[in-house]
Ligand binder design. Structure first.
Ligand code: NAD
Length: 258
């Protein structure tokens, strides 16, 4: 079993959904946690501390390079290092390109892509010095294939897959690895909003909208879970994954096998 005792993990966007699920699995393995995100910070810290490790929350807005730098400064003061970085924060907006709000485009590129560049540049120095580190980018199937209406999200996630490969190449001869996890649909607030919008637009019940969303894309007909993704992340932290570099690991119920 992989142990992260004495190590520190920083997970962006970890007050809910996939980020909180990954943080919980890393905490179960012994890592102290730096949490981030706009949800209920106290509840997220409590959910981690109940697992017997230490947790702090920093409210950095992933659109702000200065706030990201301040989050890393706080992590170093409190824990002395960031050994595992999970770039998870992300938002979605669905609209055809002609009517896509340009401000939403900028926000999605900043949060889902550029924040990963800023966190990585702050994390790498210490990881290189200790010759150990894990950078895990939560991309998406939309880092590999497109869907109509999701221009900014698909562009950002393809960009994050590209950043993953370059980070992996620049660290290839060190004990630092960088990989991307590409989930299909996971039932989180981000996807619940798409279900609600679909139900309203098409006059469907919530159950029918959920089934329609899955049915269009995900052959398994069920959602991937944050816990499954957390265990995937933990596997990437294990010695067995020491030479897994620049990979894109799908967990998508068969979405991209079609
Ligand atoms: P979520 O809405 O539950 O969580 C997103 C997290 O990011 C929250 O903690 C939120 O507060 C935080 N966040 C949002 N804007 C932020 C900002 N400006 N600065 C800092 N934090 C911010 O969504 P989720 O579904 O858990 O998504 C997590 C990641 O997984 C995202 O990158 C998303 O693209 C990716 N993903 C989700 C799915 C899915 O089906 N849910 C599938 C593939 C990939």
């Amino acid at each position: 079993m992989t142990t992260l005792n004495g190590k520190t993990a920083l997970v962006t966007g970890s007050t809910s959904g996939i980020g909180l699920g990954i943080a919980q699995v890393l905490a179960q393995a012994g890592a102290n946690l730096v949490l981030n995100g706009f949800g209920d910070a106290d509840a997220a810290v409590a959910a981690i501390e109940t697992l017997g490790v230490q947790a702090i929350h920093h409210p950095a807005d992933m659109r702000s390079p200065q706030e990201i730098e301040a989050m890393f400064a706080m992590a170093h003061v409190r824990f002395g290092a960031v050994d595992v970085l999970v770039n998870n924060a992300g938002i979605q907006h669905v609209s055809p390109i002609e009517s896509f709000d340009p401000r939403k485009w900028d926000d999605i590129i900043a949060i889902n892509l550029s924040s990963g560049f800023h966190t990585t540049r702050h994390a790498l120095h210490g990881m290189r010095a200790r010759n150990w580190g894990r950078i895990i980018n939560i991309a998406s199937v939309h880092g590999l294939v497109g869907s109509a209406g999701k221009s900014a999200y698909v562009a950002a996630k393809h960009g994050l897959v590209g950043l993953t490969k370059v980070t992996a190449l620049e660290t290839a001869q060190t004990g630092v690895t960088c990989n991307a996890i590409c989930p299909g649909f996971v039932l989180t607030p981000l996807v619940q909003k798409q279900i609600n919008d679909l139900a309203e637009r098409e006059g469907l019940s919530e159950d029918d909208a959920r089934a329609r969303l899955l049915g269009e894309k995900q052959p398994s007909g069920r959602f991937v879970t944050p816990e499954e993704l957390g265990n995937f992340a933990l596997m990437l932290c294990s010695p067995l994954a020491a030479e897994v570099r620049g990979a894109t690991w799908v967990a998508d119920g068969g979405w991209t096998a079609q």
